[in-house]
Design a protein around this ligand. Sequence first.
Ligand SMILES: [Mn+2]
Length: 392
Amino acid sequence: MAPSPSSLWLLHAIALASTSISHATARDIAFPPLSPYASPFQNQDPLLAPLGGTPFTDKIGNAPWAGLTTFAKLPHVHCLAVEREGKERFDIAVLGAPFDTGVTARPGARYGPTGIRLGSRRLGGGYNIYAGESTYDDWAKIVDCGDAPLTVLDNTVALKQLDRAHKVIAARKTTSASYTTPRILTLGGDHTTTLSALRSTAERWGPVSVIHFDSHLDTWDPDVLGGGISHYAGVNHGTFLHIAHEEGLIRNTSIHAGIRAPVFNRHKDLGNDARCGFEMVKAREIERIGIDGVIERLKKRVAGSKVYISVDIDVLDPAFAPATGTAEPGGWSSRELLSILDGLTGLQVIGADVVEVAPAYDNVGEPTTLAAAQVADSLLTLMVQTPVKTVE
Ligand SMILES: [Mn+2]
């Protein structure tokens, strides 16, 4: 049977279509030619060596977002692994403490370490125009140890795990013959996590002064803030400094900065705070004495002693750091806090932390995690600027 006119048309259409397909696959798209640009860094890049003189576009060795997201693109080291002991030396370690079951208000800081690392994507390398430092290219080897493995179901066990993680890392070897104890920057986690850090620093460096940036005192008597329910309930993010004082981990030359939240009882709470070794700079004092005045007060208070700096991100105004557990209006701006931190240069900072970052409450511009990452960067810079010798 001869094909009907309509089926002939169909065959013709198929033939046309297949022609155009083969045409499309055969098309040679001409990209502009690559110029043989020789990067001055090419020779330092081991990934490029086998390619030999390749153009810049083949350079993948230090793309900014390559690999896993560590803090400021630092190398990751499994600092807790027994078999790594002595194999990877470092001078400063970043450690995540994903713990948020010691809070009295909004939970969520267990995701703080991840959030702060995301906020640090553009950090790492480069010259700090304020500090006059290239923090990540200086004498200190800085690594990211990842997060401490902490159970989410039992605070007592979790805090013991964190105590242990701090002590294991503090016992690792450094790259320096003069400065033999690695210092730790902890990414919280709620503020309870600072207790573990102080237990470790007291063992290595003796009792230290604490510069405590916060809108709250955090020296509450566990019998008061725990509600007197149990000892377990008394260990929380508002009592850890009281416990640190009781355990003899801190000196009575400590100071709060940025305080503004109300206290429960004027005489008891403030008297207790002074007994725990603290003075305070209130948030609004910055209007009167200025940034330099705040720096002067802090430096004067801790003069001559080793210092632990703890930054509760709620020291910032909620406009700058909404993503935190216990936000209090009337706080400092990111610029004010960073200026104060950078002004603490020269102090013997033996440990530090940024805590209470709960990324779930951040806005789409990520102001809190960006600010927390920048705070962490300033704390690392202080540590690099002033190496500290261990007491033998
Ligand atoms: Mn706090």
